[in-house]
Design a protein around this ligand. Structure first.
Ligand code: NDP
Length: 353
């Protein structure tokens, strides 16, 4: 039997591992890139996914900043899902540590795809769509683009906007022989169960909630989506004719951080965890921002509302978003079961379905 082959870049990442799993389950042959094959924490869970599906997963080493490695990585693949990009929780002093691998890395991958593959699905972000809106009646859509000069556009936000823009510009400039189709997936904050032992910003965020160490939460609103829906969106957008040439927001909906804490407290409070639900006054964050660089990011988002229109996700990709309670609780249970958060004495595990 001849399987269609898909390259997934950054295969050991939080989102990519779910993409790899769904592709394998759908019968594809998958080649995944990792920066090092020598890290068992990142590689072993992927190998298990491959072993469970007739060894249809091959892993190869590739770095975004090494332009030469991508020709071999792409060779023989019908499709490419490009998820690899730096996603740190805090911003480094030199923004180019994030922006350069995101933009140059995306172009390195796309140049290797020219004239070779049918379609590339690029993992962009809602960060490339917009940062906040004026009130609960407004939402951002695929027509919107973040202004990277906006005061709230931290290096990560810039990296996602500039990398996605570079990808569209590059693809539009290709001649007929070099052409491939391009589609982007633009997720909001992605939460949900983990498949690998890797760290990652989404994982660190929920771990921090469950640790109960924070005295309070800034008054920040975030749009959230489920990692299983995000992975599904990549797999569907890879072959769906209507997806080519389009951006696709994947978002379930908005929530204040205190509401996320509330969901975790209701579920995990009786099981010995103390997630924070208390909102700290805005002035504490403003004062904190003088001393802690992370708080500078929070300061510009205080009290701001955000929402993204998920019509294309539901009507074109035909993905109905999972309820946020399920996403958040499943992630909490998975972090505890996988040893990322210590099991408390009162821990009972997931009882409801
Ligand atoms: P992870 O940090 O778990 O995964 C990022 C992946 O990118 C890792 O596999 C990492 O490899 C790889 N990577 C980073 N730098 C390089 C490099 N220089 N060369 C090769 N690979 C590199 O993050 P997520 O899974 O959360 O993010 C995946 C994608 O989704 C990113 O593009 C991110 O911007 C996007 N996204 C994520 C959201 C979220 O809330 N999680 C929301 C919206 C978009 P290594 O394991 O070697 O470090």
């Amino acid at each position: 039997m001849l399987y269609l082959e898909v390259l997934v870049t950054g295969a050991s990442g939080f989102i990519a591992a779910h993409v790899v799993q769904q592709l394998l389950q759908e019968g594809y042959q998958v080649r995944g890139t990792v920066r090092s094959l020598k890290n068992p924490l990142k590689v072993d869970p992927l190998k298990k996914l491959g072993e469970a599906t007739d060894n249809r997963l091959e892993l190869v080493e590739a770095d975004l900043l090494d332009a030469d490695c991508w020709t071999n990585a792409v060779d023989g693949c019908d499709y490419v899902i490009h998820t690899a990009s730096p996603f740190p929780l805090s911003t480094p002093s030199d923004e180019n540590e994030i922006i350069k691998p995101a933009v140059d890395g995306t172009l390195n991958v796309l140049k290797a795809c020219a004239g070779k593959v049918k379609r590339v699905v690029l993992t962009s972000s809602c960060a490339a769509v917009g940062i906040y809106v004026n009130g609960p009646d407004e939402s951002l859509s695929e027509k919107d683009w973040t202004d990277e000069k906006h005061p709230a556009a931290i290096a990560y936000v810039k990296s996602k906007k500039l990398a996605e823009k570079a990808a569209w510009d590059y693809q539009k400039g290709l001649n007929d022989e070099q052409q491939f189709e391009l589609a982007t997936i633009n997720p909001s904050l992605v939460l949900g169960p983990i498949l690998t032992q890797q760290g990652g910003s989404s994982i660190d965020l929920l771990k921090r909630f469950l640790s109960g160490k924070d005295i309070g939460l800034p008054r920040i609103c975030m749009c959230i989506c489920d990692v299983r829906d995000v992975a599904r969106a990549h797999v569907v957008a890879m072959t769906l004719p209507e997806a080519a040439g389009n951006r696709h927001i994947v978002s379930t909906g908005p929530m204040w951080l205190s509401e996320v804490g509330g969901i975790l407290k209701e579920e995990f409070g009786p099981q010995g965890y103390k997630p924070t639900t208390r909102t700290v006054p805005d002035f504490t964050v403003k004062i904190g921002s003088w001393f802690v660089s992370e708080m500078k990011t929070y300061k510009s988002l205080l009290g701001k509302y955000v929402n993204y229109d998920n019509t294309r996700m539901r009507e074109v990709l035909k993905i109905e978003p999972r309820p946020l309670k399920e996403t958040i609780c499943d992630m909490g249970y998975s972090l505890i079961e996988e040893g990322k958060v210590a099991k408390s004495k009162k821990y009972k595990g997931k009882t409801s379905s």
